[in-house]
Design a protein around this ligand. Structure first.
Ligand SMILES: *Cc1c(COP(=O)(O)O)cnc(C)c1O
Length: 301
């Protein structure tokens, strides 16, 4: 059994504006391997499942709140493949059980190796060593971004997405936006909402995509993972009004910025805008635990 091709609905977010906004619900693609991570893993995992290896193993990299780490652990559970997560931050070795994402990944059977931030930065060297030690293992880079991942994102674009003038997605490592950019129709403009300031992103995305049909827009509030009270309120309002839950690291930030741009008349009148809901909802419990600790407003779900 391989990861199947699944299609998800496109729903309109009714705004009473001169433009129309739609959301493609990739968050519904799978209960655990959700959102863009499903498509980034699609070819990586399906090709690996075909491989005859005496002992299958998937190794990957991520931080303590990583959606990618969690989805890899879920793949391991579903396909009975052992998984190893190389986690950034040695300090977590003692207290990873307090972290929702790592706890859930461990419940799915993932083993961890905690490394210092310096070692983590040198992932190329780590990857080389791991591949020597585990020659049959599938090693997937941080965030799941590689050529096969970019290729898999093409499944988020279908006949139904062709009618839109703008295609929007949150950007972390850029693999998802590169896939959207590569598969977009000629007249479509691709907007990437960066949740991390990284000056190499634009070149990296261009290298993967081969097209310059995209624009990057800052949607973060400073550092990666930063959560503001204003954005929490936005996420809760959005859910109250439209019945759709957004995550506080990616999709909540993209959507708040998109609303601002619509109010500022960034889009010409009559435009049809499609945003991808890339999932990430597994991270909400962890974010809420942090917010609760600081006696701040939490995300209702
Ligand atoms: C990982 C992730 C992204 C970013 O994807 P990249 O391919 O790394 O840019 C966007 N949204 C969600 C919910 C994610 O989990």
């Amino acid at each position: 059994m391989k990861l199947p091709l699944i299609s998800v609905p496109i729903v309109e977010i009714p705004l009473e504006k001169t433009v129309r906004l739609f959301l493609k619900r990739e968050d519904l693609v799978h209960p655990e391997i959700s959102g863009n991570k499903y498509w980034k893993l699609f070819n990586n995992v399906n090709q690996y499942l075909e491989k005859l290896a005496p002992e299958k193993k998937i190794i990957t990299f991520g931080g303590a709140y990583s959606n990618h780490i969690f989805t890899i652990s879920a793949v391991g559970k579903i396909y009975k493949i052992s998984t190893l997560g190389i986690i950034r931050g040695e300090e977590l070795r003692e207290k990873w059980k307090d972290n929702f994402t790592l706890k859930k990944a461990s419940d799915n059977g993932m083993k961890f190796c905690f490394v210092s931030r310096a070692d983590y930065r040198d992932k190329e060297n780590l990857t080389k060593k791991l591949q020597e030690e585990f020659p049959d293992a599938l090693i997937i880079p941080e965030g799941g971004s590689n050529e096969l991942a970019v290729e898999g994102i093409q499944h988020m674009l279908t006949n139904d997405t062709k009618e839109f003038d703008y295609l929007c997605s949150a950007v972390g490592t850029g693999g998802t936006l590169a896939g959207i950019s590569r598969s977009a129709a000629e007249k479509q403009k691709v907007l990437g909402f960066k949740v991390v300031e990284d000056s190499s992103l634009e070149n990296q995305i261009f290298k993967w995509s081969g097209k310059k049909n995209f624009e990057l827009i800052s949607a973060g509030f400073g550092s990666y993972g930063k959560i503001t009270d204003e954005n929490i309120r936005f996420i809760n309002d959005f859910n109250d009004k439209f019945g759709i839950l957004l995550d506080p690291i990616y999709t909540g930030k993209m959507m708040q910025k998109l609303f601002e741009m619509i109010d500022d008349n960034y889009f010409e009148s009559g435009s049809k805008i499609l945003a991808f809901h890339t999932g990430g909802l597994q991270g909400i419990e962890g974010a809420n635990a942090m917010l609760r600790n600081k006696k701040r407003e939490e995300i209702r779900f």
